[in-house]
Design a protein around this ligand. Structure first.
Ligand SMILES: NC(=O)c1ccc[n+]([C@@H]2O[C@H](COP(=O)([O-])OP(=O)(O)OC[C@H]3O[C@@H](n4cnc5c(N)ncnc54)[C@H](OP(=O)(O)O)[C@@H]3O)[C@@H](O)[C@H]2O)c1
Length: 280
């Protein structure tokens, strides 16, 4: 296998960390792009991006906090410009399934003149173990809006396997893959599965969108975080097109996606959901 230089943005996060591990195990050269890496890569500070991107062949782009936020389009445009100047050969963009704002960022990559693959992912399983749903699970009460919505949760391990495959192989150039799991779950069903896997009692409380936003504000979370969560629950989960299962994971990897049950059993075995002392 040819050895190349990869920049993995979000390389310590949910998908990026897994992609870094896989590429390093294959003997590839990997540079992590994050604020804690050296050289540092910060989406809010483009001044040193030319230095970061120099000598890089291919980039995995996962924007923070979300392609829907103001400033995302400008940041993606700037990274594309810098990448073109540096002779980067391929861009792989992690996008959200059924998000119009994210599609505007996809178009910037698609029209860049650089080879690309777009990965449009559904909600990650890892939101329950590596993100904002871990804390309520540890507390034993998960209160969320859109309780009736069926979501085809996808696993970050599957996204990482797909990302590595498309980074390494040109046959995926110019493709847009929609990544979902193979089953549709409500939040309540997901929490029931986790409760059974951990042998814990975890209750689910359905909330209105308004009550949820108010609760986040009462917790004094920053207004832009409240805006983003509201957007994700209203625009993304409120879009019925997002409650569908796709088959691109099987198509690209030749195997079924990880099930929510398999994910829950794996995390339960680590003890993460049983450790009430964890500071999230
Ligand atoms: N979560 C989901 O269900 C989901 C679903 C579909 C699409 N997506 C998309 O996936 C992307 C990542 O979301 P995620 O929730 O999974 O996050 P994540 O990748 O776990 O985010 C953490 C990573 O981002 C880095 N980071 C944070 N702020 C940064 C900044 N200002 N500049 C540079 N790096 C920064 C962190 O490293 P440092 O702290 O060291 O900087 C870390 O590597 C988003 O664009 C989101 O829209 C997420």
């Amino acid at each position: 296998m040819k050895t190349e230089h990869f920049l993995i943005t979000g390389g310590t996060g949910k998908t990026g960390r897994r992609i870094v591990d896989r590429l390093q195990n294959l003997g590839q050269n990997v540079l992590i792009g994050s604020r804690s890496a050296q050289p540092t890569f910060d989406w809010d500070r483009p001044h040193n991006w030319p230095e970061v991107v120099e000598g890089i062949d291919k980039i995995y782009i996962t924007y923070q906090p979300d392609l829907a936020v103001p400033g995302a389009k400008e940041a993606i445009s700037e990274l594309v410009r810098v990448s073109k100047n540096a002779g980067v050969k391929k861009l792989v963009l992690l996008s959200g399934k059924g998000e119009r704002e994210a599609e505007l960022c996809e178009e910037i990559v698609i029209n860049s003149g650089i080879d690309y693959t777009i990965l449009r992912a559904s909600w990650f399983n890892q939101n329950f173990s590596e993100n904002f749903l871990l804390e309520p699970i540890l507390e034993g009460v998960v209160a969320l809006p859109q309780a009736h919505v069926k979501i085809p949760f996808v696993d970050a391990d599957d996204i990482a396997d797909i990302a590595v495959e498309v980074l390494l192989n040109d046959q995926h150039n110019s493709e847009i893959y929609e990544l979902t799991g193979s089953q549709l779950f409500t939040f309540e069903e997901a929490i029931d599965t986790i409760a059974r896997a951990t042998e814990r009692e975890i209750s689910f409380v359905p909330l209105s969108l308004e009550a949820y936003s108010n609760a986040l504000r009462e917790m004094q979370l920053p207004e832009d975080f409240v805006w983003l969560i509201d957007y994700l629950f209203t625009v993304v989960l409120g879009n019925p097109d997002n409650s569908t299962v796709t088959h691109d994971i099987e198509k690209v990897l030749g195997r079924a996606p990880k099930t929510f049950q398999e994910y829950s059993d794996e995390v339960a075995k680590t003890g993460l959901w049983n450790n009430a002392n964890i500071k999230v």
